[in-house]
Design a protein around this ligand. Structure first.
Ligand SMILES: [Zn+2]
Length: 87
């Protein structure tokens, strides 16, 4: 264990990072808090990995959401599936 982890001088504590992780990933943190948050990530491998995983999960869930697809693309996919079933 590296001792400085979780100490105030790095902006956020690990606990606080976990608490506001979803806000950070959604870009809902105020800019000055985002700076402190990222400062902590620079010092703390554990939190960096944690946030990285949340970011990937968030990106993934956005990608699979049907509502997020542009309409022409969505219709094209539906067409493709119809043809695929027919053949
Ligand atoms: Zn941390």
């Amino acid at each position: 264990m590296v001792e400085p982890l979780g100490i105030r001088e790095h902006g956020y504590t690990c606990r606080e990072v976990v608490d506001v992780a979803s806000e950070y990933v959604e870009g809902a943190l105020p800019p000055e808090e985002t700076t402190l948050f990222e400062l902590h990530l620079n010092f703390c491998d554990g939190c960096f990995t944690f946030i990285d995983q949340i970011k990937q999960a968030a990106a993934l869930s956005r990608r699979v959401s049907e509502d997020e697809l542009p309409e022409p693309l969505r219709l094209g996919l539906l067409e493709a599936f119809r043809d695929w079933k027919r053949s």
